[in-house]
Design a protein around this ligand. Structure first.
Ligand code: P71
Length: 475
């Protein structure tokens, strides 16, 4: 596989007076193909939203103007990735592209074994089934919906061990994804059995917040003392590496790729949704260092995903992901990627809109509680805000509050998360700065609108991962 050409732009220049002066940067690519999107009328949006039961997951994409539902599988691939699609080796077994992918994962993530899966939750399923026994406890730095589902489905109880600051949208802590080591140690000492600790980098539900290298190292040391492996959710680990480069002392001169490799070295394996960092529309993998565990995973992957050399992906998908990994770890890519998210965050902050700070790696999170002070969580403030945003300008966002949190398995009551958020998620290499301006204008209009809605009532609730298909009515 050829490596991709990536000149590194300089972020600053020396002037004749030898003073360091900042210069603007821009994306390290230009646009070769475009996809039309259409603006709808308020009447059309009202009809579409009501048909979708006030759930943005149930809208048709063609009714959406700017789609910030997710950064998952929505990225634009490069010409180099598209060229790779034509080199798909669609052999049932031992496809070339599998070996390219294995090489890319080894080079940049450093793990020994690669088990491909159709996407992240496929890897979570296999990992949970091979490691968890009923009655186990899995500590993690905040839950993620599919991750916790698979842990619980395998019989474990999830325990949140993230630092308290992560639950406070206004806390400016630079590494809100960090594990609280005292909380973790208590779980390690008191639980009957801990099969592994789940370390997510960055932490999606906390607002795309990073874990520091120092914390990852400390988690590894603590877990090693207890003989417990650390499994990373590497879905956005490259974005995490970028934050370490920008914020953690001692890392500013290291490349994103070097930082990623060091970070992974403090973990024993990972689950990965390639649909985010790895710049593809579908794909994922499970990585493991332990030989016996990898054998078990390969045994199970053939039951649920496909042969252990494709795991639910076509050869061409694996090639696109191998190339996406190479592109994703480039510093200039990450500067533009996170820079765009920070640009939108900055616009909203300048207008006084309540957002989670610091601005995350893949999204700007609106604090729905502060949009609608006094609205009870039972009226679904974040779900309501996502609906209002769509109505205003056709911008689609995602609820990340009480609907996403689901119900407690034992009591049947809603989980009431402290964070009641709406996520404006930025696809990679898809929208322009002008799109971000339009989004910010729409959010500000909704925030400043004096007529506040009362909220929503849930009229249909699916049993699993209810946020995807739940339906609501206006109160
Ligand atoms: C996101 C998604 C996609 C999604 C998943 C569930 C509800 C709504 C949207 C997926 C992740 C993720 C992390 C940290 C594992 C997965 C599953 N995120 N870990 O944010 O963010 O990966 O979608 O490939 O199965 O919109 P998968």
């Amino acid at each position: 596989m050829n490596s991709s050409p990536h000149p590194t732009p300089s972020g600053s220049v020396r002037t004749t007076g030898q003073q360091l002066r900042r210069r603007s940067w821009a994306e390290p690519w230009k646009i070769k193909m475009v996809e039309p999107i259409k603006v709808t009328t308020p009447q059309q949006r009202e009809a579409a939203l009501s048909a979708a039961g006030y759930n943005t997951f149930l809208l048709r994409s063609e009714d959406v103007y700017i789609d910030l539902l997710t950064d998952s599988g929505t990225s634009a691939m490069s010409d180099w990735q598209w060229a790779g699609l034509m080199l798909g080796d669609e052999a049932y077994a031992g496809s070339k592209n599998y070996y390219h992918l294995e090489e890319a994962v080894r080079r940049h993530y450093g793990y020994k074994h690669l088990i491909p899966t159709h996407q992240g939750r496929g890897a979570e399923h296999i990992l949970s089934q091979i490691m968890i026994r009923p009655g186990d406890t899995v500590p993690g730095n905040m839950y993620f919906t599919t991750t916790r589902y698979h842990q619980e489905h395998a019989g474990a109880q999830f325990v949140d061990v993230i630092i308290d600051e992560a639950h406070d949208p206004a806390s400016p802590h630079a590494f809100k994804g960090d594990v609280d080591l005292a909380k973790l140690e208590r779980v390690l000492k008191s639980a009957k059995r801990v099969p592994y600790v789940c370390l997510a980098a960055t932490v999606n539900m906390a607002g795309g917040q990073p874990v520091s290298m120092r914390n990852a190292r400390a988690v590894k040391e603590l877990c090693a003392r207890h003989g417990v492996p650390v499994m990373m959710d590497a879905t956005r680990a490259v974005e995490n590496a970028w934050f370490i480069k920008c914020r953690e002392p001692g890392y500013s001169e290291k490349s994103c790729a070097q930082i990623l490799l060091e970070f992974c070295s403090y973990t024993d394996g990972c689950t990965m949704s390639g649909k985010k960092d790895a710049l593809v529309n579908i794909g994922g993998w499970l990585s493991l260092n332990d030989d016996a565990l990898a054998d078990k995973a390969r045994n199970l992957v053939v039951v649920y995903e496909g042969l252990h050399t494709y795991g639910g992906m076509a050869g061409r998908d694996m090639e696109a992901m191998a190339r996406g990994i190479e592109e994703s770890v480039q510093d200039d890519h990450m500067r533009a990627r996170v820079g765009q998210v920070e640009y939108l965050g900055g616009l909203l902050q300048a207008s006084g809109v309540p957002v989670v700070v610091p601005i995350g790696g893949h999204a700007v999170y609106l604090d729905a509680r502060r949009f609608y002070p006094g609205m009870p969580q039972d009226n679904f403030p974040a779900q309501t805000l996502a609906a209002e945003l769509y109505l205003d300008g056709g911008v689609r966002a995602m609820e990340r509050g009480v609907v996403s949190a689901g119900r407690d398995k034992a009591t049947g009551r809603h989980h009431y998360p402290k964070l009641e958020l709406v996520r404006l998620t930025i696809p990679r290499r898809v929208y322009t700065q002008a799109h971000m301006d339009v989004v910010a204008e729409s959010v500000v209009a909704v925030y400043e609108n004096p007529s506040k809605p009362k909220g929503l009532r849930m009229v249909y609730e699916p049993e699993y991962l209810r946020f995807f298909q739940a339906r609501f009515e206006l109160l």
